[in-house]
Design a protein around this ligand. Structure first.
Ligand code: NAP
Length: 298
């Protein structure tokens, strides 16, 4: 392990008090979480290290036992383990139950508690970066996959007037809308229904991978139907400004990209683990630098 040096040139020593953290996933080498969370620890002066662990599905239970046995304070869980990890935990927070998935585990003296910070991270990013007012808003969500679940539940908690979830497989949209329950008026529709409502919403959220590298010229909707003044938000962060966002901007809409969700889901995890306010801007700068260092972002 040895000695590490942070951006400001201060020495960070790994010693017998260093607290361990990490991210479990398969694949994992593309993850920006180690540089982002590592920077947060340095900024906050926390004696901790955060590693990336390549864990196959058949090793997941053992890896979670290792978290407990070795006294890791916490881990993030990423694709494809966010659902499969749930039975191995001792408790689930409401955010994890609502999303049906866990992306953050906190180890409270051997009790492993699962959280989902994706949805709340998304909403915090959306509010801070776009200034959108969600109370009373009419929202169109595109897609009903893993990321959409947490986002739908977190948006519902903001008291919108209505959320319409459009998905290629309509049954998944209906099931997700139903799971939101009485927290907000929510309805699932098929993809072909988008054109009827896209011009009358305040916020459009793309939760599909359409437009993501290497298919950066793909766009999920006909942009000519987007009304000026609409906030258009894309979970995709590679590229940071997708074709959907570029086209929306030329029509007078306000664009919100997916980078902030990545930063704020990590910020919430950092706050749950340490009890300290996350150094969000430093974390964002670190992720941006990591992306810029790569030719193709990912
Ligand atoms: P997922 O579980 O595979 O869900 C994908 C969703 O997109 C499904 O609803 C799927 O519809 C729909 N879809 C995919 N291709 C489509 C197409 N060609 N036409 C219409 N619909 C299509 O994926 P996910 O984990 O939710 O991730 C979705 C995106 O969010 C990815 O780009 C991911 O990188 C991004 N994301 C970003 C963050 C962040 O921090 N910014 C966090 C999480 C995810 P069907 O149900 O019909 O298949």
């Amino acid at each position: 392990m040895g000695e590490k040096t942070d951006n400001k040139g201060k020495a960070l020593k790994v010693d017998s008090h260093t607290i361990f953290y990490g991210v479990l996933g398969d694949p994992i080498r593309h993850s920006k979480s180690p540089v982002m969370i590592g920077r947060a620890f340095r900024e906050a002066g926390v004696n901790a290290v955060y590693g990336a662990f390549h864990v196959r599905l058949d090793q997941l239970e053992e890896a979670v036992r290792g978290v407990r046995a070795l006294g890791f304070r916490g881990v993030n869980v990423t694709i494809p383990h966010k659902v499969n990890v749930m039975p191995y935990l001792d408790e689930l927070d409401e955010t994890a139950k609502a999303a049906g998935a866990v992306n953050t585990i906190v180890n409270e003296d051997g009790t492993l508690i699962g959280y989902n910070t994706d949805g709340i991270g998304y909403v915090r990013s959306l509010k801070e970066e776009s200034g959108v007012s969600l109370a009373g808003a009419r929202i169109l969500m595109l897609g009903a996959g893993g990321a959409a679940r947490g986002v739908a539940h977190a948006l519902a908690a903001e008291r919108p007037e209505r959320i319409v979830i459009a998905n290629r497989s309509v049954a998944k949209a209906e099931e997700l809308a139903e799971s939101v329950g009485n927290r907000a008026r929510c309805e699932g529709i098929g993809w072909e229904g988008i054109d009827h409502i896209i011009g009358s919403v305040d916020l459009i959220v793309n939760t599909t991978p359409i437009g993501m590298h290497p298919n950066a010229e793909a766009i999920p909707v006909d942009p000519s139907r987007i009304r000026a003044g609409t906030v258009v938000s894309d979970l995709v962060y590679n590229p940071m400004k997708t074709k959907l966002l570029r086209e929306a901007e030329t029509r007078g809409a306000k664009a919100h990209g997916g980078l902030g969700m990545l930063v704020f889901q990590g910020a919430y995890a950092f706050e749950y683990w340490t009890g300290l306010p996350a150094p969000v801007e430093a974390m964002r700068a670190e992720v941006l630098a990591a992306f810029e260092a790569k030719e193709n972002v990912r």
